[in-house]
Write a protein that binds this ligand. Structure first.
Ligand SMILES: Cc1cc2nc3c(=O)[nH]c(=O)nc-3n(C[C@H](O)[C@H](O)[C@H](O)COP(=O)(O)O)c2cc1C
Length: 379
C-alpha cells in the first residue's frame, strides 16, 4: 500500500485506512486479529464503520471560516482536539516502546491519553511523558486492588477515572480463541503482581488466554450501587464507558457520574450491539447538558469526528487507529495519526461553516437509508 516517492522514500500514509494497511504488514497475524477483530461474526465492528459511512452532514456556507479552532475541554481537561485516546490494553503488542511512546505523542498533540488498567507500562512511568492522563478501571473481584489502583492513578496525577462497564465477561472473540491467543513474555499487566500480571501469557487449551485472565480477575456482579461506592472514593471526575441506552445514561447521571462514553467497545463485546453513533442523539436528548457525552467506535477520520459532534457528542475516543500508528512508527506514528486527524477536522470544520467545535453541534445530519434529519439547523 505504501507509495514510494521519487526520492525513494515511502510517503506518509494519507488516511487512517492506509495506516491500518501498513500496520497489518508489520504486526504478527495473531496480534492483528486481537487488535482489529471483534466478537462473534464481527457484526458490530462492521456496523460501527457503516454508521459513519451512512451519515451525511449538511454544511453551512458564508460563515467566515478564516479562523477555525479545534480547541476543546473534555471531562475538565483542556485538549487541542475533541479527541482522547481510548483505553487499550497492552500497547507493547505492537511496539517495544509501548504506552510510553503513545503518551509522548499524546503530549505533543495535546490530547488526553486514557491509561488502561491492563496497561503494559505502569501509570507512574507513563506520567513521565507529561501528557494529560485519564485512568481506566475494570471492576475487579479484589475490591482492595481497585482501591489501590484509584490511589495510584490519583497520585500519578491522572485527571479522570473511567470505569468500563460492558465487560462482565469477555465477548466471544472467535479469532483469538482459534489462535489460542496469549501475550508474549515481554508483555504483561504492569499494574499487577504475580499471576494477575502474567495470567494473559498462559496459552490454554480452551482458547484465548486474555479471555481466561479476564474471567479470573473481573467481577461480573458490578451494579449501580458499586458506581456510588467508587464515586465516594475519588474526587476525580468519573466517566462511565460502555453505555448504549437512555435508561442507563439516566441511571449514570443519578449515580453522580460526570461523563459517559457511548460505546459498544469497538464491537468487541456483545456482537450485534448497536453502534454508539446510532444511539447518541437519543442519549444526548435524555441527559441534556447534565453530563458530558463522549462516543467511540469506528472513528477513522476528521469527518467522522465532525459527524459525532453533529450528533451530540462533546468529543470522541479514538481506539484502533492509535495502535495502527504505534505499530507503523512508534511515537512518530501515533503523532502522524493525530496530526492527520487534526488536519482533516480543521478542513472539515471550515468546509461545514464551523469556526469552533461547539458550532458543529448545530449541523444537520441525514442518515442515508432513512433520509431523516436529526440535530437542529438554527444558529
Ligand atoms: C486492542 C484493544 C484493546 C482494548 N482494551 C480496552 C481496555 O483495556 N479497556 C477498555 O475500556 N476498552 C478497551 N478497548 C476498547 C476501546 O477503548 C474502544 O472502546 C474501542 O477501541 C473504540 O473503537 P475503535 O477501535 O473503532 O476506535 C480496547 C480496544 C482494542 C482495539
Amino acid at each position: 500500500m505504501t507509495e514510494v516517492t521519487e526520492a525513494g522514500q515511502p510517503s506518509r500514509p494519507q488516511s487512517v485506512a492506509e495506516f491500518s494497511d501498513a500496520a497489518c504488514d508489520v504486526i504478527s497475524p495473531a496480534a492483528w486479529d486481537f487488535i482489529s477483530g471483534g466478537s462473534g461474526a464481527e457484526r458490530s465492528v462492521a456496523a460501527n464503520l457503516r454508521a459513519f459511512d451512512n451519515l451525511y452532514v449538511a454544511p453551512r456556507m458564508l460563515r467566515d471560516v478564516s479562523h477555525v479552532s479545534t480547541a476543546s475541554r473534555l471531562v475538565g481537561t483542556e485538549a487541542s482536539l475533541p479527541v482522547a485516546i481510548a483505553p487499550m490494553a497492552y500497547h507493547g503488542l505492537v511496539h517495544p516502546q509501548s504506552e510510553a511512546a503513545t503518551a509522548r505523542a499524546a503530549k505533543t498533540a495535546g490530547v488526553p491519553f486514557t491509561v488502561a488498567m491492563l496497561s503494559g507500562t505502569p501509570v507512574e512511568r507513563i506520567a513521565e511523558s507529561g501528557a494529560d492522563l485519564w485512568f481506566q478501571l475494570y471492576w475487579l473481584r479484589d475490591r482492595g486492588a481497585t482501591k489501590e489502583l484509584v490511589s495510584r492513578a490519583e497520585a500519578a496525577g491522572c485527571q479522570a477515572l473511567m470505569l468500563t462497564v460492558d465487560v462482565p465477561r469477555l465477548g466471544r472473540r472467535l479469532k483469538d480463541q482459534r489462535n489460542g491467543f496469549a501475550l508474549p513474555p515481554d508483555v504483561y499487566a504492569a499494574h499487577f503482581r504475580g499471576e494477575a500480571a502474567i495470567g494473559a501469557q498462559r496459552a490454554s487449551a480452551e482458547g484465548s488466554a486474555v479471555a481466561s485472565h479476564t474471567t479470573v480477575m473481573f467481577d461480573p456482579s458490578l451494579a449501580w450501587s458499586d458506581i456510588e461506592w467508587l464515586r465516594e472514593r475519588t474526587r476525580l471526575p468519573l466517566v462511565v464507558k460502555g453505555i448504549l441506552t437512555r435508561e442507563d445514561a439516566l441511571m449514570a447521571t443519578r449515580s453522580g457520574v460526570d461523563a459517559l462514553v457511548v460505546s459498544n467497545h469497538g464491537g468487541r463485546q456483545l456482537d450485534g450491539a448497536v453502534p454508539g453513533l446510532t444511539v447518541l442523539p437519543e442519549i444526548r436528548a435524555a441527559v441534556g447538558d447534565t453530563v458530558e457525552v463522549l462516543v467511540d467506535g469506528g472513528i477513522r477520520s476528521g469527518s467522522d469526528v465532525l459527524k459525532a459532534l453533529a450528533r451530540g457528542a462533546d468529543g470522541v475516543l479514538l481506539g484502533r487507529p492509535i495502535l495502527y500508528g504505534l505499530a507503523v512508527g512508534g511515537e512518530s506514528g501515533v503523532d502522524a495519526v493525530l496530526s492527520l486527524l487534526r488536519e482533516e477536522l480543521e478542513t472539515d470544520l471550515a468546509l461545514s461553516g464551523c469556526r469552533t467545535v461547539g458550532e458543529a453541534a448545530h449541523l444537520t445530519t441525514y442518515e442515508f437509508s432513512a433520509s431523516s434529519s436529526t440535530g437542529t439547523a438554527s444558529w
